[in-house]
Design a protein around this ligand. Structure first.
Ligand code: URP
Ligand code: ZN
Ligand code: ZN
Length: 468
């Protein structure tokens, strides 16, 4: 079995901060101790760097068809990009088509990922159709390691479920040990507002956020928390964008409910003011829930520091601004005449750790432990991957990032690994970046050079959710 020794490692986990050597044998961390004198195939001297658990991005959409367009990263380009930024596991979303079984979506996503993913991957199942006699399919998925389900209160044409169906799915998850993720925006109100705006000739990208005000997110979050409480199931609100929605989560947690929330870099760093003028370039920011006004960001940063939100994921769902980039068809341009036709989503999987390190650790003085908790440990625990993933410990997978605080990095679309022709964080400079990224014992990035293998990533059967 190949061996790797990391010496002088300043090890950071969600709870630890100490210096030691790490001996890796095959996929696993075998030993951690001071002055390990083990012969190894490769030795990395990590002096001066933090050694942190590989990032877990629990919300990505690789190769996702959203109707007229397909997200521009597939499992190969998207996972290589993820690894470049220090993410060694993703959780993606097989999406059930109405009238078809969830199993068909799972088979399709296995096909998309197998032989392509460069890092490990797991799945949440998106449910769009749930007649009573399909309920046992949820139990089967939980047994096979798909232990969470995403439900939608938005997108009436493809994904939205009525409250009774949401309640039914939640109740079943409560019985079979599954965990519920919610996309919470009031889809019926949004569709009404969109139609009114288009009819009034308000077609430019800046109307996208105006058709999805804070209240539609706040209302849906409030409602799904109430449904989850009735169903006695833990619930995780994905991509929280509005401080008013976040406050619903905080209030529920104060009442002792098992309610969790994630936010994403786009809601922490991007602002409505940057595309309020109606210019076409604003299409690059079109995602749902939408990017809010700048003042909203502060509330989300406080919520992450105070544990009112527990995870930062990306909701990585890239679409190109211009037709033809690396041979890709028209994507964002599909909505040139009508903002409602702009494919929703932004890229981010490559820069999540960069951005949170800069915004959290460098600029707000967060501990490295909090950084590890938000980017790796909390998603590992919530989604049943801990302690195999999400920490640096004997017996855990050797998913390790050697994070060099002296290695400055500037985000540039021209150099990024994501297959998309823009980066929303263009020209931002980060005061640190990964010097090495190690996935299950294999060095897959050395600085900016990919030395891994597409297809080396494995499907992860996840266990049950645990509290964070
Ligand atoms: O705009 C977004 N978020 N696109 C991805 C699909 C989803 O709703 O998460
Ligand atoms: Zn969503
Ligand atoms: Zn999403």
């Amino acid at each position: 079995m190949p061996t790797l020794l990391i010496i002088n490692a300043h090890i950071i986990t969600a709870t630890d901060d100490y210096t030691a050597d790490i001996f890796v044998e095959g996929d696993k961390i075998k030993l951690i101790g001071a002055g390990l004198a083990m012969p190894a195939d490769r030795v990395i001297d990590a002096r001066g760097s933090y050694v942190i658990p590989g990032g877990i991005d629990c919300h990505t959409h690789m190769d996702l068809n959203v109707g007229a367009a397909t997200s521009s990263d597939d499992f190969e380009t998207g996972t290589i990009a993820a690894a470049h930024g220090g993410t060694t596991t993703i959780i993606d979303f097989p999406t059930q088509a109405r009238g078809k079984k969830m199993r068909a979506a799972l088979d399709e996503w296995m096909q998309k990922a197998q032989g392509k993913a460069a890092i490990d991957y797991a799945f949440h199942m998106i449910i769009s159709d749930l007649p009573d006699d399909w309920l046992p399919d949820m139990d089967a998925l939980v047994r096979e390691g798909i232990t969470s389900f995403k439900l939608f209160t938005a997108y009436p044409d493809r994904l939205m479920l009525d409250d009774a169906t949401i309640f039914k799915a939640m109740t079943r998850a409560g019985e079979n040990g599954g965990f519920i993720c919610m996309h919470a925006e009031n889809g019926s109100i949004i569709d009404y507002l969109v139609q009114k705006m288009i009819a009034a000739g308000k077609t430019t990208p800046n109307y996208h956020p105006l058709s999805r005000p804070h209240e539609v997110e706040e209302e849906a979050v409030h409602r799904v928390i109430a449904l989850a409480e009735m169903a006695r199931v833990p619930v995780y609100i994905v991509h929280v964008s509005s401080h008013r929605a976040m406050e619903q989560i905080r209030a529920a947690r104060e009442r002792g409910l098992p309610v969790y929330g994630e936010t994403c870099p786009q809601y922490l760093f991007l602002a409505y003011e940057d595309y309020a003028d109606g210019a076409w370039e604003g299409a690059r920011y079109v995602c749902s829930p939408p990017i809010r006004e700048r003042a909203n960001q502060t509330h989300l940063w406080y919520a992450l520091a105070a544990d009112d939100l527990q995870v930062v994921s990306t909701d990585h769902c890239p679409f190109c601004m211009k037709e033809g980039y690396r041979g890709l068809p028209k994507q964002k341009e599909l909505g040139k005449e009508n903002f409602a036709k702009i494919p929703n989503g932004v890229p981010g999987v490559e820069n999540r750790l960069h951005l949170l390190y800069q915004g959290g650790v460098v600029e707000r003085g967060w501990s490295m432990q909090r950084f590890a908790q938000l980017t790796s440990t909390a998603p590992a625990k919530l989604f049943g991957l801990y302690p195999r993933k999400g920490t640096i410990a004997v017996g855990s997978d050797a998913d390790i990032v050697v994070w060099d605080p002296k290695r400055k990095f500037t985000i540039r679309a021209a150099e990024h690994f994501m297959r998309v022709d823009y980066n929303p964080y263009e020209a931002m400079t980060i005061d640190g970046s990964p010097a090495y990224v190690i996935a299950r014992g294999r060095v897959i990035f050395e600085g900016d050079k990919f030395v891994g293998k597409a297809g080396a990533g494995e499907f992860l059967r996840r266990g049950r959710y645990s509290l964070v």
